[in-house]
Design a protein around this ligand. Structure first.
Ligand code: GRG
Length: 301
């Protein structure tokens, strides 16, 4: 991959969204108090103060493209980041990936304990739908219901959780390129695709517009996962904030195993090219989504 500097406008816009979504998360997550304060602490530990907030940025950018209200978009962005935080907390548990470090600090079950981490993940998952279904997210109950439905589909058995199940099975049974593609589209792609489509739902866009943004999301989501696999082989632990080399040690089915390092880089590039080409019908407002392609390919964490 040729070295190209990440667009400073994009970096600034992502930082701006990260700050804005952090404010919403601080507001929406329960303040630690009362007999369940430990749960509230663990939820905040898992969801606040870290991460690239890529999914939040996609929601907000899609909403701008669809001329949807920014306040509602930030609530959806926060909801998606809660869902994402839950998946990371549960994925790090000993019964799953057994990771001690996440976002440069001890994983939730290390900082607290396993039972608390499970409950914190569960509570973040359910809070996601509490935030989405609140009338502050969108004045139309129909739109809020569509957001709930689409995110439930992206994150449940036919999306993220289903992908995780196939991933676990593939550790024992192996998987070829086609099965890895299916499982990663579900595990990683579906939530990123929802993040891209959510703005169009908020903006009450036509089905074809929603379809384009969702398809773009699946392409960059899969490329994002391929780069994740590459970083596990070639990345730097300090920059990543987690251990590297874990996929091979655990016998995971990855794009590197299926395609090799160079083949995986080519595949990621071609997915980004395809995803960005899907945006040809959009004007300058889609520029951040185009620039994001380079970000995904060149990220170091
Ligand atoms: C529901 C238990 C359970 C698992 C779902 C999505 C998932 C399966 C597990 C999360 C772990 C993982 C490595 C998923 C692959 C997607 C991915 C690359 C996640 C990391 O996302 P980033 O890089 O994280 O956006 P930050 O920390 O920047 O938010």
């Amino acid at each position: 991959m040729a070295e190209v500097l990440i667009d400073t406008d994009l970096a600034g816009a992502m930082a701006d969204t990260a700050t804005a979504v952090e404010d919403v998360l601080r507001r929406e997550l329960p303040e630690p108090k009362g007999p369940a304060a430990r749960l509230h602490d663990a939820m905040r530990y898992g969801a606040l103060g870290g991460g690239k907030r890529l999914r939040a940025f996609l929601v907000r950018t899609g909403a701008r493209l669809a001329e949807a209200d920014d306040e509602g978009a930030l609530r959806v962005a926060a909801a998606v980041e809660m869902m994402h935080a839950y998946s990371l907390i549960h994925d790090d548990l000993p019964a799953m990936d057994d990771d001690d470090m996440r976002r440069g600090k001890p994983s939730c079950h290390i900082a607290f304990d396993e039972a608390t981490a499970i409950l914190a993940g569960d509570a973040l998952l359910t809070s996601t739908f509490e935030v989405l279904s609140h009338e502050a997210t969108h004045p139309s109950a129909e739109i809020r219901l569509e957001l709930v439905r689409a995110l439930a589909e992206a994150s449940g058995a036919s999306g993220m959780v289903g992908g995780q199940m196939i991933d676990l099975a593939a550790q024992h049974q192996g998987a070829d390129f086609d099965l890895i593609t299916v499982l990663e589209r579900m595990k990683t792609g579906a939530l990123i695709a929802f993040s891209c489509e959510a703005g169009a739902i908020l903006g009450e866009c036509s089905e074809p517009v929603r379809d384009v943004l969702r398809a773009y999301g699946y392409d960059i989501g899969l490329a994002f996962q391929i780069v994740d696999d590459l970083l596990d082989v070639t990345g730097d632990e300090a920059a990543l904030g987690k251990k590297v080399g874990k996929d091979a040690a655990a016998g995971k089915a990855t794009f590197i195993g299926a395609l090799g390092v160079e083949g995986a880089r080519r595949e990621a590039r071609s997915l980004i090219d395809r995803g960005v080409a899907r945006l040809d019908g959009f004007g300058a407002d889609a520029e951040p989504l185009r620039a994001l392609g380079t970000f995904v390919l060149q990220r170091r964490n």
